[in-house]
Design a protein around this ligand. Structure first.
Ligand SMILES: Cc1cc2nc3c(=O)[nH]c(=O)nc-3n(C[C@H](O)[C@H](O)[C@H](O)COP(=O)(O)OP(=O)(O)OC[C@H]3O[C@@H](n4cnc5c(N)ncnc54)[C@H](O)[C@@H]3O)c2cc1C
Length: 377
């Protein structure tokens, strides 16, 4: 009988894992890929939607287009996970696995920041980005805050990008001089593992008159006074709040007993959880790497290579090295890149590639190559 691999979540991690297993093993493996949504959206597309550079429909990659030998996609909501029995319950039935991979990402805890839902907005979900996309054309004067409400958060450079792109957006509308932009982040610098990248971003903020407030978290919003309250008690008045909500593991993962602290503990080298035959990859796992698609993908590759080796096709992979590159929109059509390495040395390191036209095409290729590989488009 072929191995039954059940993959929970068809995001960066689940898509890469199912693709690699299909490429190497074809019909000789039985992969069930489950997601509650009917389509995948790249994280960075949310910024494009928010700033009106595209539409939500245009960035959706429908799961029905997945046609891979050995892979069956099911649009179902996972309601329970039993990691000991490797059994998953969904709104469509139950699934038994020989190998279970949890790739359910991180959810947003809007209520962890009082006032955020009533008096602010978030741009980290497609719906939130779409709502802000409808509001931004009406914002022509006043104070805008890009505020991060908790760390770790997905794609550490994304709020910096939002601040720079907001500057471009308001400038193009001719209202930048009537608006103030502030950016609050709980990290000591925009991209801590790469001082060079952080310096370039801080210089870009200064050139554009964006007030940068590092080392501070937005802890609540006061709807009556339209004030953002920071974790040191400081207050910042605002007219428009663009928030990055606090993140957490999905409820179904917490209820499964797999979470110790906030996320699922794993062996960072192999992505194995403490439950035999159960792995966790990507944002849902506590791996010691940033929450970003490239890292979810890298972890998926290690699990795939190991499962492929287990059936006698190839060598066991080296330990996961926690390396990845993230593209950073600097505004004015410029894209830079940070290359980071989290696990191969004693401490995280990073290097910076200055914005260039080549990196604009490289970022486009990053998206189009995955679209082709995962969705055949
Ligand atoms: C604004 C923004 C910009 C970003 N830019 C970048 C970037 O440039 N580069 C980069 O590498 N990363 C970027 N990211 C981060 C990236 O999107 C995530 O880190 C990445 O998607 C994580 O992959 P994952 O597989 O762990 O989880 P996800 O991609 O989040 O996938 C998890 C899947 O699980 C599904 N799911 C959850 N709960 C259930 C349930 N109960 N039942 C069924 N299905 C469920 C979800 O529908 C989802 O499809 C960005 C993120 C944001 C918000």
């Amino acid at each position: 009988m072929s191995t039954r691999v059940v993959i929970l979540g068809a995001g960066f991690g689940g898509l890469e894992l199912s693709t690699m297993l299909s490429e190497a093993l074809g019909d000789s493996v039985e992969v069930t890929l489950i997601d509650k949504n009917d389509a995948f959206v790249f994280g960075y597309s949310k910024l494009d939607v928010m700033f009106g550079r595209t539409t939500p429909e245009a960035v959706r990659l429908a799961y029905r287009d997945i046609a891979k030998p050995g892979v069956r996609f099911l649009q179902q909501t996972i309601t329970a996970i039993d990691p000991e029995a490797r059994r998953v319950t969904t709104d469509g039935g139950s699934h038994e696995a020989d190998v279970l991979v949890v790739a359910l990402g991180a959810d947003y805890a809007l209520d962890a920041t009082p006032g955020l839902a009533e008096a602010g907005n978030e741009f980290y979900s497609v719906a939130g980005a779409e709502r802000l996309g409808a509001m931004l054309p009406t914002f022509s004067a006043g104070r805008a805050i890009i505020g991060v409400c908790g760390a770790p958060f997905k794609c550490p450079p994304a709020p910096s990008e939002a601040a720079l792109l907001l500057h471009d957006y308001l400038s193009a509308r001719g209202v930048r001089d009537d608006c103030e932009i502030s950016f609050v982040i709980p990290l000591p610098s925009p991209v801590p593992p790469s001082p060079e990248t952080s310096r370039a971003l801080v210089a870009a903020f200064a050139e554009r008159d964006i007030t940068f407030v590092p080392g501070r978290r937005v802890s609540s919003l006061d709807p009556a006074r339209r004030v953002a309250v920071l974790d040191d008690g400081g207050e910042m008045p605002y007219d428009l709040f663009l928030g990055v909500p606090k993140h957490r593991a999905p409820d179904v993962v917490v209820a499964s007993g797999m979470v110790d602290d906030v996320y699922v503990p794993v062996n960072p080298r192999t992505l194995q959880t403490r439950f035999p035959g159960v792995y966790a990859i990507g944002d849902v796992a506590d791996i010691g790497v940033p929450k970003a698609g490239v890292f979810a993908e890298g972890a998926a590759r290690i699990v795939a290579a190991s499962l492929i080796a287990n059936v006698g096709r190839g060598e066991q992979p080296d330990a996961y090295d926690g390396r990845g590159s993230c593209y950073i929109e600097f505004g004015s059509g410029q894209v830079g890149r940070v290359d980071v390495d989290f696990l191969s040395g004693p401490k995280p390191t990073g290097s910076f590639q200055v914005p260039s036209a080549e990196l604009v095409s490289e970022k486009q290729y990053f998206g189009s190559s995955r679209r082709a590989r995962w969705f055949g488009r």
